[in-house]
Design a protein around this ligand. Structure first.
Ligand code: GLY
Length: 572
């Protein structure tokens, strides 16, 4: 199938104060999608950029394990993919060791110590939405550097200097700008200069095929390689960062950096047919919402209904509607609020949730409220997947939130800062940049982590590793991961096809189905509209950029690198 869809991303427009907008981003024609992904006998890295996947594999070939490759890939993305790769953001990792031990890791940003619940409201109590999105006040305390050192200490094998060396060289020697990157630098130029002035490395003068050298980032990485996390959270780098932030209206101080800790978390684990899904729990909503949707649709014969058929779309939409409604009420940082994970995932609760579903007509979202549970109170992003030759597997999703985060670029250090504070619910009922509504559970508090939709996920089949996957895409992350698993499991697609095929999305509010532009015939859309479904037809976004690896029956690996981006699988 010829892909001629255009690139769009979900980010908030600079001065937009009203409801979330989908900003049209790029107009690059996407190349013909490959019919099958890269096959490798031993190991593989799939990420948003070929250079990052290559560096990950280089570390594996040097004798590093998947966790060493995770650190190298994460840092290489900070160099070649400033759109979402980062030192100034955070992320989540789900892992499975060669021995079958599973775990998850949270190196997500935190609200500063001086943050408070109403910090984005004006004196009349109105939400000043741009302040949580652009500039210093939007920045959460970054977690990425703490994250890589913690992973290294617990699971790594090679020395950090060895792992970071090729990344430092990449920053120093430069990388070649792709078509879509050049278009983005063009598109974001006015906001970059509005926020930073003209002294920013990434300007619209950079063209496709140019080589970008980021010497400041190379120096920062060198300091981090030598001094460890200390450099970033207490030393020179941290001091330069805090001084820059202060000048730009942030409330982050050295105390915030010193207090930052990444956390090992229990993953969310559930079964679907003969699969065991291992995904990210709070402060991500990803694993819980994915689990709710999959358990709600499990009783139905999906493969009989047909891939992307009207019945299939209805079923997923109705389950998504109900799960995202629950997300709005029950999900938040479990270090601060009690999240009733077991109740939300219980089969009894979920089958009750679907009792009013009928194939005859849509259930309007206004008729769906978050479920009532009885329990005792007790957007841009990037994903990469790695499997090493021993069978260790990593699914990691890392983020600045919007494209280039807050747009604040620390020239002296060579990186962008996140605008993750927008993932909090700034005011009950007010949508964030992804249109997501939140409540008390996701209210701002000092040191709290903002609710995420990031869903790095591993899947086992009959007790063995079967798939590792994830995607960027804000609120659409969960439904993209869902559809990719179903494509392979229910519809027998290979990994690359499972990633390629068009996706759709519903998130309760706004009450509409978003479709990618190709693969959904008008007759299908008409039939859904007749049943009361509201179709978002004005914009034609891409939905997600899934990077995945499948362990095939013969033990070889197949990569699924999303053709919607510059994503690449490298393996051996
Ligand atoms: N920052 C996007 C997310 O975590 O869902």
């Amino acid at each position: 199938m010829k892909y001629s869809i255009y690139l769009f991303v979900l980010i908030l427009f600079w001065s937009c104060k009203e409801a979330p907008t989908i900003e049209q981003e790029q107009h690059s024609e996407i190349p013909e999608a490959p019919k099958i992904g890269l096959i490798a006998d031993h190991a593989m890295v799939v990420s948003a950029r070929e250079e990052a996947s290559k560096i990950g594999v280089e570390i594996l070939k040097k004798g590093g394990n998947a966790f060493d490759a995770m650190i190298a890939t994460e840092m290489a993305l900070a160099v070649v993919y400033p759109y979402a790769g980062n030192l100034g953001g955070g992320g989540f990792m789900v892992y499975r060791t060669q021995y079958g031990e599973i775990g998850s890791f949270d190196y997500r940003e935190k609200a500063p110590l001086k943050a408070h619940r109403d910090m984005y409201l004006d004196e009349d109590g109105d939400y000043q939405s741009d302040r949580s999105k652009v500039g210093g006040l939007a920045v959460g305390v970054p977690g990425t550097v703490a994250g890589i050192f913690e992973v290294h200490q617990k699971l790594g094998s090679l020395p950090m200097e060895v792992i970071l060396q090729p990344v430092i060289e990449l920053a120093r020697n430069g990388y070649v700008v792709t078509v879509s990157q050049a278009e983005r630098f063009q598109q974001y130029d006015s906001i970059f200069t509005k926020v930073n002035g003209t002294q920013i490395l990434y300007r619209n003068t950079i063209k496709k095929g140019d080589t970008v050298r980021n010497l400041q980032l190379a120096n920062t990485l060198e300091k981090i390689a030598l001094q460890g996390r200390y450099a970033f959270y207490e030393g020179d780098v941290g001091e330069a960062l805090v001084s820059f932030l202060k000048k730009n209206g942030s409330i982050i101080t050295m105390d915030d950096l010193a207090a930052y800790e990444a956390e090992w978390r229990e993953p969310v684990v559930f079964e679907y047919d003969d699969l065991r899904i291992i995904s990210m729990g709070p402060p991500s909503s990803g694993g819980v919402v994915l689990g709710q949707i999959m358990k709600m649709i499990e009783p139905y014969p999906l493969s009989k209904h047909g891939h992307n058929s009207a019945k299939y779309i209805q079923l997923l939409t109705e389950a998504e509607r109900r799960a995202y409604a629950d997300r709005s009420k029950f999900l938040g940082d479990s270090d601060f609020v009690s999240v009733p994970i077991d109740s939300l995932l219980s089969e009894r609760y979920l089958s009750k949730r679907m009792e009013d579903f009928s194939f005859d007509a849509a259930t309007p979202s206004e008729e769906i409220q978050p479920g009532s549970l009885q329990w005792i109170e007790s957007t841009e992003t990037t994903h990469y997947s790695i499997i090493d030759s021993l069978g260790n597997a990593v699914a990691a999703t890392t983020t600045l939130n919007a494209a280039y985060g807050s747009k604040l670029y620390v020239s002296e250090l060579g990186f962008f800062l996140n605008n993750e504070m927008d993932d909090f619910s700034a005011k009950p009922g007010e949508p964030n940049m992804f249109g997501l509504i939140g409540g008390e559970a996701n209210a701002i508090a000092p040191q709290k982590r903002m609710l995420s939709s990031m869903t790095p996920t591993l899947v086992e089949k009959r007790d063995s590793l079967w798939m590792t996957l994830g995607t960027p895409g804000g609120s659409t992350i969960i439904t993209s991961v869902l559809q990719t698993i179903l494509n392979v499991h229910e519809f027998n697609m290979n990994m690359q096809q499972g990633v390629n095929v068009p996706r759709f999305h519903h998130q309760w509010l706004p009450d509409e189905i978003i479709f990618e532009p190709e693969g959904f015939p008008q007759t299908l859309i008409d039939s859904l509209q007749k049943k009361g479904y509201i179709i978002q037809a004005k914009q034609t976004p891409i939905i997600g950029k899934v990077d995945a690896i499948l362990v095939r029956d013969d033990g070889t690996l197949e990569g699924g690198a999303d053709p919607r981006g510059d994503d690449a699988a490298i393996g051996y």
